[in-house]
Design a protein around this ligand. Structure first.
Ligand code: FES
Length: 633
């Protein structure tokens, strides 16, 4: 390919269509956009993220490099394992690990979709009854569907005279009762069968269900990674990219392309007539929703951190560039604030917490930790930035929770050799968020690291490798890994994880203290999001990320965002409830909260500065081997 001199090397790689890991979005802090310059010259900025050995071999961080001549470069194989994301209701219902909270919400929903498709007969005009076609259509809609003064958009008004006369004044109308708007008109009786799509736009993945609106059956599902990942793994980096020239359009275009692709696959696999798909319900965090609608998310990141809209107005599919389903209307789930979006409202809707008296904490753990605490009387929410570590980002050997990811680790107390469990079996390719939490918990309990997350060099751990004062602990030797490279964890990785877990726990503590409660008052803790699926709660408590309460209080819910979108699609009441939930949550801005900052700093130790917060961890440090305790002094 041809680029101009001084062109950014990472951008050139992306322009050529090659995917390159870029967790930090190209600001030179993640160290993952490596390229090896085999021939030619680049001008590159200094970085401590590449070892001297690699530098000598010609490796550079592509985001920090500018093209100076013709080049031949090599891009190391990316660590991402190939896998399909299995997520959502199907996976949850099949898996015993999941509680039946979502299931009971799903089975109790009264199917009452607010999009109606019905055949009606419109009165013929005559010399004595010479009212307009539009007037007579509205009259019939009022009489048959009970919608007063329905809005008939101009594109339907244009085809109205033909549609009315084609089958002798018999037509089928599709109407949105909630917004008193006609979605489609077709000549004759085309049947009342109609379908909807429930879509979750996550920062990491996209999940979509095709739903029969008559009986609530999920006919088919599709999932894909959010292709925006290559422009930054977390929302802050996406917002930064959206602010660049053409960035917003690019981010919108690639996510909409992926959604169109998924819709096409659903239609192809189910053989359902696209004309019968009448609605698309979208849930996502505030930044993802802005990007989907092509609205600048810039002010989400700038003080005082406001959205352009917490709920986007309904639109036709074509207005938001959704193809294949031209008759569908697009709706969104209302969010609460900049960092507490419609995905969380949707998640709360999928649980019973807004109907019960029990004090419940709902957490969605991903690149952001979103938290809501409360019950049927009140709810309070906050969000804290955890960074991409829990999704395998910002960690050298991190990958997402897909086949080939290490999800569980145990360390032999005598030899310090690791035993790993891999998602899907087979050879490991990297370590995912839950595996990272597990390994840090294990390392701490077995004395491999101290309370600050620094390696203990005195224990004779032969799996600890140090080069130029940079140490890393080899979990899996290259011989046994899928990529033929060692899978290891370094002190920098541990640092990233400790900062992420400190933010989550500080968020929980601060939120509870705002209402004079503490973690012991919690009766249930719901964990949503992909991380929960493989999380070993005990070790999440050991590292001080989750409150030290009885493990039986924890419930894993999986992708509640798509579940809430699915429920809203099926029931007018549920859709209204989702807006009520969003209106009901009081949002606390943690980024300017001094108590949060204090708690965060206190959380930069394992498990926490004050061990009294984690009595069960303190106890396990004494047993079974009292010698272990001395290592933590
Ligand atoms: S260091 Fe280059 S993309 Fe992160």
């Amino acid at each position: 390919m041809k680029v101009s001199p001084n062109y950014n090397l990472r951008q050139a790689i992306l322009d050529s269509g090659i995917q390159i890991d870029s967790s930090c979005g190209g600001v030179g802090t993640c160290g993952r956009c490596l390229a090896k310059v085999n021939e030619g010259k680049v001008k590159t900025k200094k970085t401590g993220l590449i070892s001297p050995g690699k530098k000598e071999k010609g490796y550079v961080l592509s985001c920090l490099s500018k093209v100076q001549s013709d080049l031949i470069i090599e891009i190391p194989r990316q660590r991402k394992a190939r896998a399909k994301i299995v997520d959502g209701v199907f996976a949850e219902i099949k898996s015993k690990k999941y509680s039946d909270i979502n299931r009971s919400e799903i089975s109790s929903v009264q199917i009452k979709p607010w999009i109606k498709k019905e055949a009606i007969t419109v009165e013929k005009p005559s010399l004595s009854y010479g009212t307009s076609d539009l007037y007579r259509l509205k009259k019939s809609v009022r009489e048959k569907l009970g919608i007063e003064n329905c809005i008939v958009p101009i594109h339907l008004t244009r085809k109205l005279p033909r549609v009315l006369r084609e089958k002798n004044w018999e037509i089928t109308v599709t109407a949105d009762k909630e917004n008193a708007t006609l979605i489609d008109i077709q000549p004759g009786k085309t049947g009342s069968k109609c379908y909807g799509l429930a879509l979750d736009i996550g920062t990491t993945s996209l999940v979509i269900y095709l739903v029969d609106l008559g009986n609530g059956k999920i006919i088919s599902t599709e999932s894909e990674y959010n292709p925006q990942i290559k422009f930054g793994e977390d929302i802050i980096n996406r917002i930064i990219y959206a602010g660049k020239k053409g960035g917003l359009e690019k981010l919108r275009e690639i996510v909409v392309d992926s959604i169109n692709n998924m819709i096409w696959k659903l239609l192809f696999n189910s053989r359902i007539d696209a004309d019968n798909i009448v609605s698309l319900m979208v849930a996502g965090n505030s930044t993802m929703m802005h990007l989907f609608y092509g609205v600048s998310p810039r002010y989400i990141r700038e003080e005082p951190y406001v959205t352009v809209a917490n709920k986007f107005p309904g639109s036709t599919a074509s207005e938001v560039n959704i193809k294949h389903i031209k008759n569908a209307y697009v709706y969104s789930i209302q969010g609460v604030a900049s960092y507490l979006g419609g995905d969380i409202t949707s998640g709360i809707l999928a649980t019973d917490m807004f109907k019960k008296e029990e004090l419940t904490l709902f957490m969605d753990l991903g690149t952001n930790g979103e938290l809501v605490v409360g019950n049927s009387e009140w709810m309070m929410g906050a969000s804290c930035s955890a960074g991409p570590a829990f999704e395998g980002g910002g960690v050298k050997c991190g990958i997402r929770a897909v086949d080939g990811a290490i999800e569980k680790v145990s360390i032999d107390q005598r030899t310090y050799k690791c035993q790993v469990e891999v998602i899907g079996g087979g050879k490991p390719a990297g370590i995912c968020g839950s595996g990272l939490i597990d390994v840090i918990g294990e390392m701490y309990l077995k004395g491999v690291i101290d309370r600050k997350g620094k390696f203990n060099q005195e224990i004779g751990n032969k799996y600890l490798k140090c080069e130029d004062k940079i140490c890393h602990y080899v979990l899996v030797n290259g011989r046994d890994s899928a990529n033929r490279r060692d899978i290891y964890i370094s002190e920098v990785d541990i640092d990233n994880l400790i900062r992420a877990k400190a933010a989550i726990y500080a968020g929980i503590k601060t939120l509870l203290e705002e209402v004079d409660l503490n973690v012991d008052d919690l009766e249930k803790i719901y964990i949503a999001g992909g991380l929960g699926r493989h999380l070993y709660v005990k070790n999440a408590i050991v590292i001080g990320m989750l409150p030290d309460v009885e493990v039986k209080k924890y419930f894993f819910l999986g992708n509640t965002s798509v579940t809430g979108a699915y429920l809203s699609l099926l029931s007018e009441d549920k859709y209204k409830q989702s807006s009520d939930i969003a209106d009901h949550i009081t949002y606390i801005e943690l980024s300017v909260n001094m108590k949060f900052m204090d708690r965060y700093v206190a959380g930069l130790f394992l498990p926490y500065t004050d061990m009294k917060d984690f009595p069960s961890v303190e106890e396990s440090l004494y047993s079974p081997d009292k010698k272990i305790k001395s290592r933590f002094k």
